[in-house]
Design a protein around this ligand. Sequence first.
Ligand code: HEM
Length: 571
Amino acid sequence: MTCGTPFTNLFPSPQQHKVTQCTVDHSMQQLQLVAMDFITSSTPPLLTTIAISIALYYLLFRTKKPSPSSGKRAPLPPGPRGWPVLGNLPQLGGKTHQTLHEMTKTYGPLLHLRFGSSDVVVAGSAAMAEQFLRVHDANFSCRPPNSGGEHMAYNYQDVVFAPYGPRWRAMRKVAAVNLFSGRALEALRHVREHEAKLMVTSLSSSAPPMSVVKVGEVVNVCTTNALARAAVGRRVFAGGDAGGGGDEEGGAREFKEIVLEVMRVGGVLNVGDFVPALQWLDPQGVVARLKKLHRRFDDMMNGIIEERRKVAGDAAGEEEGKDLLGLLLKMVHDEQRLAGGEEDRITETDAKALILNLFVAGTDTTSTIVEWSLAELIRHPDILKQAQEELDTVVGRSRLVSESDLPRLTFFNAVIKETFRLHPSTPLSLPRMAAEECEVAGYHIPKGSELLVNVWGIARDPALWPDPIEFRPARFLPGGSHEDVDVKGGDFGLIPFGAGRRICAGLSWGLRMVTLTSATLVHAFDWELPAGQTPNKLNMEEAFTLLLQRAVPLMARPAPRLLPSAYEELA
Ligand code: HEM
């Protein structure tokens, strides 16, 4: 199944759904009753005929096709009654994943809500996630249209928002082959390791006593620069200072501001996406911000491309394929086709949209989880000690962690899985959409429904996870309750990267980067909280935007714990 038709055609007005799907059944029943009344009472024959005709008309022409399995339309999944016009939007609160988790406790693991005029279904258990992302995955392989896809992501010409179909598949493959395949990952290993080393340098360069740093920012510099070098061949944050500020040249500063603004705007739930009547008003100013941001990103990318063209001069087609952008531009120059058809030649817009995706989907998702992992370890000194002991045994104290060490870090890998379980970067995954109506677990799912999978809630289901709120990496160790569970989309109780056809395209990069960066921080430093804070009272509150960030950024003081030679090597 594909959803290659433009989104506007594919997504009929949800208002139409409502009329046909909800009210017809009731009105039909009423009419039948009225007709029966007429027939059974002493009614004149003409009225009887009219009543029977109306009833027959409704029966034959106005009823919706019954669901193939039951012969009668299944009911919608249960859910709370919403407000007029806005539906359940006002009930979501700031932390939607938590609200939906609570609703699941009341209404069951499959919810039906309305966001404005859109049908929304929420999968709140591993079994439901499996139904949507494995059994019905083909039907849910598109993303719902929204202002971000339209105004920021080149009108859905990217990978994240693109309709499921040959162009999406081809674009995804370009990224997979050149960045995320085993071979590409290995070829770019030195880039990730080098950025991790620069992070250690920036943290260890000041003389003791070291100052307190904002851990998330330091890590973000590392993850963003590693990805930027792979994607556009340059770092975007200047190194040298732990906060990621410092003497950045104009281009780098612009890049950084754009990435940060994308995250901020992306986190706003745009009411206009769900209430068409409010779209033109843009009440939260989201569309205006997206358009402005898009222009800035586009100008910046055009500048980078122009610069490359100048350098390449006559040999424009020979642009080096050292980074993804170079490779994409060469494909554009060679007029390569993406999906076979004449109209499917790859364009510069495709290239820019893909680069945009990597930055938006691949930077903060990664750094956020590293910050959570360190916070959990600081909060659990016994687990931190065990992790450091393992790192000392496998890596030693005379050098930093390298990627080749990672497979041997059994305990540390369990720490990372446990962090993904409790603090998944995208707690509601990314939304999908029903291309066709279908029936799931005995409930009717209308065509065009938006699907949210509560990854966060599922990973806290006590039926699946004993003591779900406890940070307990041992559950993933050999002999533990979940020793064979991983995060790669096969175990529906733990799907921080999603699952099915649209599973995270950068899973391999993200997982590698998260594990390397966290292990490096824990191995190279001891961590002390600022005066007045104690590990067991560390604030672990969540602030939900698009990503599951910490409400209070983690601040901690690093103290080198390796032999001096391990740090000198970096000079
Ligand atoms: C810890 C890191 C990451 C997490 C937790 C994460 C999570 C996710 C999730 C939940 C989805 C939606 C999956 C679905 O619909 O089932 C997704 C999609 C995606 N991610 Fe990631 N991601 C991470 C890192 C990355 C990285 C490093 C990149 C690229 C550099 C990336 C690129 C993408 C793309 C392109 C998609 C859209 C895939 C599609 O629609 O076909 N992600 N990610």
